[in-house]
Design a binder for this molecule. Structure first.
Ligand code: HEM
Length: 216
């Protein structure tokens, strides 16, 4: 999954950057996808160590896997505005490799789904709202992942590809932000929740600013 990698300089949701990366320029797509999967599996194993049948262990696994996937998601979602607003070797690299970060997010989030299944089988089943909102997010994420190839972009066309990936990224952003909003409104806010919530808002502001900046 990636944004802004359609041909003809297209980003998604109208977000384009100076020059889209040539397919051959991407070098770490598979490595980043595998990194997302591995990190999420390690997070899951750490959470379940010694308590693989307790609901607390599985709840911790869902939280940790969601954090790993949030980091990969943030990298993919912020690549375009960062590269446009602060062009430099690191931001250009991030932009070039964002397909890998998107796929890493997808892989880590599938481990989140595995942890949710474990939690459901060991005590706490999710409610209908989480199932509906989260289920749609999973379907969307998979559609984006399966169309994250140059051939898929050509097959479905740039406009439809942009619509799918543009709307999908904002929908996923919404689910992440709502999940953390509920957590930062609690009495004692853990540092990691506050940090991830702030980063999610910051990246949205960057995207808004990027649009204004481009329009000038
Ligand atoms: C059917 C779909 C889903 C279900 C049933 C589900 C369920 C859960 C559960 C049970 C937790 C742990 C709650 C706790 O113990 O505090 C959790 C955490 C979380 N989930 Fe999901 N989830 C789903 C999909 C998603 C999606 C699609 C996203 C993001 C796009 C997401 C993002 C998060 C986040 C950010 C957390 C909090 C992690 C933290 O504590 O740092 N979830 N989810």
């Amino acid at each position: 999954m990636q944004e802004g990698e359609a041909p003809e300089g297209a980003g998604h949701a109208g977000v384009s950057v100076a020059a889209p990366p040539a397919p051959s320029a991407r070098r770490y797509t598979r490595a980043l996808a595998c990194a997302g999967l591995l990190l999420a599996l390690v997070a899951c194993a750490v959470a379940l160590f010694g308590s693989s049948t307790s609901p607390q262990g599985w709840a911790a696994a869902t939280r940790l896997t969601a954090r790993v996937s949030a980091l990969f998601f943030l990298a993919a979602f912020s690549a375009s505005p960062l590269a446009q607003l602060w062009r430099g070797p690191a931001t250009v690299w991030l932009l070039r490799e964002r397909r890998g970060f998107g796929l890493g997010f997808c892989a880590a989030h599938l481990v989140h789904l595995g942890a949710i299944t474990g939690l459901s089988m060991n005590g706490e089943a999710p409610g209908p709202v989480a199932l509906l909102g989260g289920g749609l997010a999973y379907l969307w994420m998979l559609a984006m992942a399966f169309t994250s190839t140059d051939r898929a972009v050509q097959r479905i066309g740039v406009r439809r590809w942009r619509a799918l990936h543009g709307a999908g990224m904002y929908y996923l952003w919404g689910i992440f932000t709502l999940s953390y909003l509920g957590r930062v409104m609690r009495e004692q806010v853990p540092f990691e929740h506050a940090l991830l919530f702030t980063l999610l808002l910051y990246v949205l502001l960057l995207r808004i600013y990027q649009r204004v900046y481009r329009a000038r």
